[in-house]
Design a protein around this ligand. Structure first.
Ligand SMILES: [Fe+2]
Ligand SMILES: [Fe+2]
Length: 167
């Protein structure tokens, strides 16, 4: 392994530590450990700083047009190739919790690809997107601009499961 592979591995590990610590923080909070939750959140942020340093050192942060293309390629791979295969396997193995998560992600990534493609069209024309609030379904990650549907089209949750992404 050389530095290029080491950066990939380090980026991967730090990114995972970030998300893991955020999940641990939520759990600590629900168990009444406010300060430990705070520590998990703080260290999660530090891991993000490391992950971003590694990503920049790999030359993988470009201008916004390049970044949108990179984001679209990632989302497309996930919903067209990766999750369909994962879903077949988890269903064959009767891993229902995994199957549900894979299906939620598969469908949400397709929406992400569409949103990024709209963003790319705007960026290529030298324009930002029109200002609209962005909402997420807390159950499945369905992502929607402008207004909340009555029911989540991916997981069927009611409107109140959506929350607004803060600016
Ligand atoms: Fe996504
Ligand atoms: Fe949902």
């Amino acid at each position: 392994m050389g530095t290029k592979e080491n950066l990939e591995a380090a980026f991967s590990g730090e990114s995972q530590a970030n998300r893991k610590y955020l999940a641990f923080a939520d759990r600590a909070e629900s168990e009444g450990f406010e300060q430990i939750a705070y520590l998990f959140r703080g260290i999660a942020e530090a891991e993000t700083i490391h992950a971003h340093n590694h990503l920049r050192a790999m030359g993988k942060v470009g201008d916004t047009e390049e970044n949108l293309k990179s984001a679209i390629a990632g989302e497309d791979y996930e919903y067209k190739d990766m999750y369909p295969e994962f879903l077949v396997e988890s269903e064959a193995e009767g891993e229902t919790q995994a199957s549900t998560g894979f299906r939620f992600a598969l469908e949400a990534e397709q929406v992400h690809s569409t949103l990024y493609s709209e963003a790319l069209r705007m960026a290529e024309a030298g324009e930002d997107m029109p200002v609209q609030d962005l909402y997420l379904c807390e159950v499945c990650g369905h992502t929607v601009l402008g207004s909340i549907p009555e029911r989540c089209p991916i997981c069927g949750s009611k409107q109140e499961k959506y929350f607004k992404v803060e600016r």
